[in-house]
Design a binder for this molecule. Structure first.
Ligand code: SF4
Length: 234
């Protein structure tokens, strides 16, 4: 095992022992608990782009209410733009998000047969298909593939990227794909471990390894961390 593999496995072990992530702090976990459809799940993840998960959940619930509790491609396409924008305004960037939701709704409507087959496709094939939709980037697709479809993927958000770069597990200039595939390979594409590490790294980035002032002196990973080693030696 390489030292990076050992570090990632140890990070997972230690973070598991300190955090119990709450459902309300994670859009994906919340939506899974509610057993929403694939379309609703993707709507929730689109609403969570560039905003907090709590705001995204508020916007999701407001949108659902506006649509009479029936959040479907048809109900989105049959609702005037202003009503959609108004319903999701608490998540910000309402105009751009509505454009993405409409593109997603059209895609689902036009590809109903394909959607039934998504579950038998490989992660890479699903990624290629969905990333053609306006507003759907690699992170959104990877959250859907990993959390909803239960297939191998490792979504990278700003917290995860920051923590992994500071730990020194991947080089500073690493691309999204490089970080994602490195972690997938270290965890042997084990979906349960990928899900756990995804949520725990976000939790750690929010609580301790903050963007501006990381709380290195309180961090359970300090002896594994390149950035933490510098802080320790000051
Ligand atoms: S030691 Fe500091 S930089 Fe390293 S993971 Fe912990 S909080 Fe982040």
């Amino acid at each position: 095992m390489s030292s990076n593999e050992n570090i990632v496995i140890e990070v997972l072990k230690r973070l598991e022992s300190v955090y119990r992530p709450k459902l309300e702090d994670y859009v994906a976990l919340n939506l899974l608990k509610l057993n929403v459809s694939d379309f609703e799940f993707l709507v929730g993840v689109v609403l969570s782009q560039n905003t907090s998960d709590r705001n995204a959940l508020r916007a999701f619930n407001a949108l659902k209410k506006e649509l009479g509790n029936s959040l479907s491609p048809e109900s989105i396409l049959n609702t005037p733009l202003e009503k959609l924008e108004n319903a999701i305004k608490c998540s910000g960037l309402a105009r751009r998000r509505v454009r993405a939701l409409i593109a997603l709704a059209k895609w689902f409507k036009e590809n109903s047969e394909l959607i039934e087959r998504l579950r038998v496709l490989k992660s890479e094939e699903i990624r290629k298909l969905l990333m053609e939709v306006y507003g759907i980037g690699p992170k959104t697709v990877d959250v859907y593939i990993l959390m909803k479809l239960g297939k191998p993927a490792f979504p990278i958000d700003t917290h995860i990227r920051r923590v992994l770069l500071r730990l020194g597990v991947v080089p500073k200039s690493s691309s999204y794909n490089y970080i994602s595939t490195t972690i997938m390979s270290i965890l042997n594409n084990d979906v349960t471990l990928l899900k756990e590490l995804h949520v725990l790294l976000i939790e750690h980035g929010r609580r301790v390894c903050k963007a501006r002032k990381p709380l290195c002196k309180q961090c359970v990973l300090i002896d594994l961390c390149q950035y933490g080693a510098k802080i320790n030696s000051q």
